[in-house]
Design a protein. Sequence first.
Length: 137
Amino acid sequence: MRRNIPCEETPPAPTAEIPVINLSYEEFKELWDSSADFVLLDTRPEELYKIGHIPKAESFPLRDINPTSVERLPNNKLIIVYCQSASCGVSHVAAVKLIGLGYNVKDYKGGATEWTNKGNALQGDPSAIPSVSTPNK
């Protein structure tokens, strides 16, 4: 049974409208399967990354993206960001922030949900899903 796991609280609105190039599943999969040199960033909270992420992805939560933290990213490679799904705006906000800091970024809109819906596996530990306790009545 799949759980609907939100990617994060409501993402902050970008301060300026910066155009972001979105990747369809087909475009992303073609890059992922190729020998293209890119960095794949999972912009969801670290907890969700641990539960399951697209193989080859690094965890870089939106809340951690700032001018100092991005220094670890190569500025000469394409960066692809993703979050939970097309309805999650976290990766878009991350892309806007990274583009504003001078990076070449594209947003895989379908995210982890589309990746698995297309028959691909996630890497991670599904048992890391936090248990939800219900109050006693």
